[in-house]
Design a protein around this ligand. Structure first.
Ligand SMILES: [Zn+2]
Length: 291
């Protein structure tokens, strides 16, 4: 895969940092992760992490706003994960993914158990502050906005509405694993089921994940991250599409899409996903039910 976005992004880094990243990339190539070996030595010098925001912003897809957000979160493992915003031309604005959501989703899908730092090139909007409120360690989260002093997340969202307000004792990154089984099995479906069981839907029970299969048979799986305030929830399709572009693929490279979902809940997003996929790439969405 020729990752043009990665090539452009590497050009924004100093040669030594760009070389450190390319040297670290294994067979899988770039997946949106910056190894801890690059991040940890400079974590106490936040100014040295700011260039990664310009790097991350190269992955933004913004046909509507032309406003590219670059974000970086540090996971508990010490590795960092980039985020960039994503918009869909001709679609509702509510389909958009914000840069901070993309970075958090990236860390979550890479198996992190939480995040400690957020770096972003513009002050987090209210939507993102509410999205972050759902995270287990939000009270310890340190936020660095380009050109501003470090601020604790709690100062950005005082007197907040949180999971407790709807009686939820869990949090994103510390969600209990579900044990649903699918109506059919195959290696691809089994992998999507695993993600559906790791999805986060404490308010509706609509646990689900979407797998996108590219024309060269790569599988990208996104999972649902629900929010106590509902609207900042990150849909599984957006979760998958957000990861896809870090690796150099586009929506036009997808040949098959599969939704694995727990039907019979108060909400169902199958039609919503189908409609977006049809319009993006004339794709049909295959459905697999969990019980
Ligand atoms: Zn935002």
């Amino acid at each position: 895969m020729n990752n043009t976005r990665l090539t452009q992004a590497l050009a924004t880094l100093t040669p030594d940092v760009a070389l450190a990243l390319t040297t670290s990339l294994g067979q899988q190539g770039f997946t949106g992760k910056i190894p801890a070996s690059i991040i940890t030595p400079v974590l106490n010098q936040p100014e040295k992490l700011m260039p990664w925001l310009t790097f991350a912003a190269q992955f933004a897809i913004t046909p509507v706003s032309n406003f590219n957000v670059g974000a970086l979160v540090i996971g508990n493992s010490g590795a960092a994960y980039i985020g960039a915003n994503m918009e869909f031309a001709g679609q509702a604005l509510s389909q958009s993914v914000h840069g901070e959501q993309a970075a958090i989703n990236n860390a979550w899908l890479h198996g992190e158990t939480g995040i400690s730092h957020l770096f972003v090139n513009a002050s987090p909007c209210g939507h993102c502050r509410q999205f972050i409120r759902e995270i287990a360690q939000h009270q310890q989260l340190q936020v660095y906005v380009l050109g501003k002093d470090k601020i604790a997340f709690n100062q950005l969202l005082p007197d907040s509405f949180g999971p407790d307000d709807l009686g939820n004792k869990f949090a994103l990154f510390e969600q209990p694993q579900q044990v649903f089984v699918a109506s059919e099995q195959s290696p691809v479906i089994d992998e999507i089921v695993e993600h559906a069981n790791a999805s986060y839907a404490p308010y509706t029970g609509y646990y689900h994940a979407i797998g996108l299969i590219t024309s060269d048979d790569q599988l990208f799986v996104g999972r649902y991250a629900e929010n106590v305030a509902y609207n900042p929830s990150l849909p599984a399709l957006q979760s998958a599409l957000s990861q896809l572009r870090f690796t150099g693929y586009d929506v036009t490279d997808i040949k098959r899409s599969i939704l694995v979902h727990k039907t019979g809940q108060n909400i169902d997003m199958a039609q919503h996903y189908s409609s977006l996929l049809r319009q993006l790439n004339a794709l049909n969405l295959d459905l697999v039910e969990l019980s």
